[in-house]
Design a binder for this molecule. Structure first.
Ligand code: ADP
Length: 487
């Protein structure tokens, strides 16, 4: 992996780590917020309930005093709830007052903590079992209500309950019943008559608070999850893109190494080839000389000399092809008339074409401007020669070769397009990509350097070469060369 790839990978790793950390943070935060908001909501709910219960306690005290205590004291001389008539009277007053008030239970305690009245269950009367610390405290206080919550479950447990049964949470209010000051008693808070205690079911309000807390957690969780998923999605995409880029980088690096290796090898081989060329030339010309001297003698030595001459000539061709490929020369920049070059090649090949029974037609449009490009006449000659030799070797007896020319306009450039087609079998189908690789050949005596040399020459002229199938069968080599810039 490259250092750039490593750096990208490290930053993606950090981003992934941050994504997880932020998810955990947001989750913790949502729980903390839910607790804080929920507690605030619960506190304000309870304080609202308390003030309501406090008012209710005051009102009950007042009403009981007016409607029961005063008339009873006047009528009976003293208050004695042990008397059924008084008890009934109080019960009537209380039941009327509690109507529609959602009060679950109401008790009145004596100063000693004994139940003297119970709205819900008369059997509780005279029992001391119901006294609570709040009752004792209320008995000792002036006229302050004391509030307690009676919970069937701890709050956290209720938090995880799907449904809360009615009666799970009660708000219990304990209030000292005194002679009502508002009636003009001399004492600041009146004499204590007993302690009033009543409970209200606040389960449904608590359930609403719990539901509110869950909605906060739910909303925070959903948004955190959404953010997290988005982050992970983009991270994945970035990772995939990075992996692709790294693969590509590695491929390019491998190719570069390969090219460097090949280029190094090519330089060595080209050096050797260069050294071989001269002695080879001497061998060839010596063989030719000896052959000429032995011209008429058809001896075994002549055959050997012929073999030496043929092979050294072939070897020379390979060496010079290889050097042409490995050390391409910079093309000259002269005006070159393509029509003329092609006719020269065609004249050179004429004898061999005739011998093989092959025809070559070079067709330039008569009315078009002359096909002049800036380039190297010798190199272009070499390129067209290679293409036509290949075509000639590909077609059998009676085969036809054709060269056509036209002008083409592309990206504001004027291009000369030469199409070389033949009636041969066409390029070998599976090897189309390898045809431009040096040394790729399907011929017995081939060097596999013909097309790579053509390609080098054409590209060094700023042109391009394409290999295709001719529409009427056979091979099609399309060469494109930029027109000579007008001066
Ligand atoms: P060589 O001629 O020494 O084989 P080239 O590079 O010129 O080397 O050609 C490579 C291969 O391309 C040939 O061996 C042949 O298979 C294929 N080829 C080239 N020209 C033609 C053509 N006109 N028709 C069919 N195949 C061709």
């Amino acid at each position: 992996m490259t250092s750039k790839g490593l750096k990208h990978n490290a930053s993606l790793g950090i981003a992934r780590y941050l994504a997880w950390v932020s998810l955990v943070l947001v989750l913790c935060l949502s729980v903390v917020l839910a607790i804080v908001f929920g507690n605030t909501a619960r506190e304000s709910l309870i304080s609202k309930q308390r003030s309501f219960a406090g008012l209710l306690a005051e009102n009950l005290n007042h009403q009981i005093f007016i409607r029961f205590t005063l008339p009873t004291a006047v009528g009976f001389g003293r208050i004695a709830l042990g008397q059924p008539a008084q008890y009934e009277r109080l019960d009537q007053v209380v039941q009327t007052l509690l109507h529609g008030m959602h009060v679950h239970s109401l008790r009145i305690f004596s100063q000693t903590g004994m139940v003297t009245y119970s709205a819900a269950n008369k059997d509780e009367v005279r029992s001391e079992a119901f006294v609570t610390p709040s009752v004792t405290e209320a008995a000792a206080s002036a006229d302050k209500a004391i509030f307690d919550i009676d919970a069937a479950l701890p709050y956290w447990e209720a938090f995880f309950r799907f449904r809360l049964e009615p009666g799970t949470f009660y708000l219990r209010t304990t209030y000292p019943m005194r002679i009502d000051n508002r009636l003009g008693s001399s004492e600041p808070s009146g004499a204590l008559l007993g302690v009033l205690e009543f409970s209200q079911d606040i389960t449904s309000d608590m359930a609403a608070v719990i539901k509110f807390q869950w909605s906060i957690i739910g909303i925070m969780l959903a948004s955190a999850l959404l953010l997290f998923l988005l982050l992970i999605f983009f991270l994945r995409r970035a990772e995939a893109a990075l992996a692709l880029r790294m693969d590509e980088e590695q491929r390019l690096l491998r190719e570069l190494h390969q090219h460097e290796k090949l280029a190094g090898m090519g330089r060595v081989v080209a050096g050797i080839a260069h050294e071989i060329r001269n002695p080879l030339g001497i061998i060839r010309s010596s063989a030719e000389l000896l052959l000429r001297r032995q011209k008429d003698a058809d001896t075994a030595n002549t055959k050997i000399l012929e073999a030496i001459f043929d092979e050294s000539r072939r070897l020379s061709q390979v060496v010079s092809d290889f050097l042409d490929y490995a050390r391409p020369r910079q093309p000259a920049q002269q005006p070159v008339d393509l029509d003329r070059v092609l006719r020269e090649v065609s004249a050179f090949l004429e004898a061999e074409l005739a011998q093989r029974g092959t025809t070559l037609a070079v067709e330039f449009p008569p009315d078009a401007a002359s096909f002049v490009v800036a380039g190297d006449k010798d190199l272009l000659y070499r390129a067209f020669y290679n293409i036509l030799i290949n075509a000639m070797q590909a077609v059998g007896k009676g085969g036809e070769l054709r060269v056509t020319a036209r002008w083409m306009h592309e990206d504001g450039r004027e291009l000369a397009v030469l199409s070389f087609s033949d009636t041969g079998p066409g390029f070998p189908p599976g090897d189309r990509e390898r045809l431009l690789d040096p040394f790729f050949t399907t011929k017995d005596g081939g060097t596999g350097l013909g097309l790579p040399i053509v390609n080098n020459i054409i590209t060094s002229h700023g042109g391009s070469m394409a290999l295709a199938d001719a529409p009427e069968g056979g091979a099609l080599v399309r060469v494109t060369l930029p027109a000579m810039a007008e001066s």
